[in-house]
Design a protein around this ligand. Structure first.
Ligand code: HOZ
Length: 432
């Protein structure tokens, strides 16, 4: 199998490194952990992404999740074009924001009141501030390996790029603030119970990715999220569900619909902007009315509810809301891919793990059952690095880290899945 020609990407990267930290604007896209230069992208359409050297790939990154309908969906593009001609930002309310809030409430009934922001990080940061104000408590509980964006309080045992680059606890976070973040183990309710006992009356909220996507995909075991919800209630703390990845992806009503839980607050990210910069947080009316100008908790932003982002997001959410069979198709293709990859592993006598929730999946290079941060870290990342390179050569663009989720979109066809399974077989055969 020939190596890819990536001359133009490499040239751009060399120049980019002079002007930007690591040559990129977000660490995970630097390809650092997979030992090659990142691809610079020229365009994407449907399930395909094209780099500046003219290479074409079946894309399983999907801009890290939001492109659930594939790239450049005609409805989304039409909405952006139409809106852009009327102006790109006003710093004042628009009808789009009302329509967006109405849609989010309709699709996710736990959301009574919602505030739009510009990213998942802003959403989680603001949700925790509100929870602290509402409860009058300062400590929060997060789970090892969960990633909730790059706000100080969350860069403690954080997944995603922080784990990929071996920096789960970032320097620069004040020790006093870090001490307010308590860390429990995913799928281990006992670890949360102990924190509540040791910090009685001090915990404002528990924040969790219902299906972890930031150490690769890790699925909650039966009853774990239910017990967690009960535990927060009985201790007067709030439950914050971080649905930045899972919201509107695993189901119309997100992970909370699938697992039948009702969080106090939920955070969302890029999917509600169809790839434009958007986030949101929302939930119980009595909690959300704490937010300024209804209440005293300050949180603001000129670009919050930006008309272009709202128009794109509304176009995408409307399809997710109305198109019959959409989530069934994602599940079917997810299952097909999982089955094919498992068949490959069996044929080759390899015992690696595949975790999947609907259209999110990860192949872990470990023989252990991956159910938390510790077991995810048993993955052989040098094997992943070689696997990633082999898949890329075969036209499959996966997230460039063992500790990320891959995403299927509605644009992926059965043929794409079959091609991916074949590439997976050939790649695994080479690396063993
Ligand atoms: N952290 C995001 C999902 N794991 C990826 C996007 C980014 O950090 O650039």
């Amino acid at each position: 199998m020939k190596n890819l020609n990536t001359k133009r990407s490499s040239k751009l990267f060399n120049e980019a490194k002079k002007y930007m930290p690591g040559g990129v604007n977000s660490p995970v896209r630097a390809f650092k952990s997979v030992g090659s230069d990142p691809l610079f992208i020229a365009m994407a359409k449907g399930q395909y992404i094209y780099d500046v050297d003219g290479n074409k790939f079946i894309d399983y990154v999907g801009s890290w999740g939001p492109m659930i309908l594939g790239h450049a969906h005609p409805n989304v593009i039409a909405a952006v074009k139409k809106t852009a001609t009327k102006g790109t930002s006003f710093g004042a309310p628009t009808p789009y924001e009302v329509e967006m809030a109405r849609l989010v409430r309709k699709m996710m009934p736990s959301i009574e009141v919602v505030r739009m922001v510009n990213s998942g990080t802003e959403a989680t940061m603001s949700a925790v501030r509100v929870a602290r104000a509402f409860t009058g408590r300062e400590k929060i509980v997060k789970f090892a390996g969960c990633y909730h964006g790059h706000f100080d309080s969350f860069l403690i045992k954080a997944g995603s790029g922080a784990t990929t680059f071996g920096q789960p606890d970032s320097p620069g976070v004040p020790a006093g603030l870090a001490a307010k973040t308590l860390v429990a183990d995913f799928n281990d309710i006992g670890s949360v119970e102990r924190l509540f006992v040791d910090n009685m009356g001090e915990i404002a909220a528990v924040i969790i990715e219902p299906v972890v996507g930031n150490i690769g995909v890790v699925v909650p075991e039966n009853g774990f999220l239910d017990r967690l919800t009960e535990l927060t209630r009985s201790n007067g703390a709030l439950m914050i569900l971080d649905e930045v990845m899972t919201g509107f992806r695993l189901a119309r009503g997100g992970a909370q619909e699938i697992f039948g839980i009702k969080p106090d607050l939920t955070t969302f990210g890029k999917i509600i902007g169809a790839g434009l910069p958007v986030g949101a947080y929302g939930g119980r009316e009595d909690v959300m009315r704490m937010v300024s100008p209804d209440g005293p908790v300050y949180q603001a932003g000129t670009l919050s509810g930006n008309p272009l982002a709202m128009a794109a997001g509304i176009a995408q959410l409307k399809i997710l809301d109305r198109q019959k069979g959409l989530y069934g198709q994602l599940e079917k293709n997810g299952k097909l891919l999982e089955k094919g990859m498992k068949r490959n592993l069996e044929k080759l006598g390899l015992g690696y793990e595949i975790n999947r929730a609907g259209s999110m999946f990860t192949l872990f290079f470990t023989n252990q059952n991956v159910r938390d941060f510790k077991s995810a870290l048993t993955s052989d990342t040098s094997k992943f690095r070689r696997y990633f390179g082999e898949m890329l050569k075969r036209g499959i663009y996966l997230p460039p880290s063992q500790f990320e989720a891959a995403f299927i979109s509605t644009a992926h066809t059965e043929r794409d899945i079959e091609k991916t399974i074949a590439a997976n077989y050939d790649s695994l055969k080479i690396i063993g």
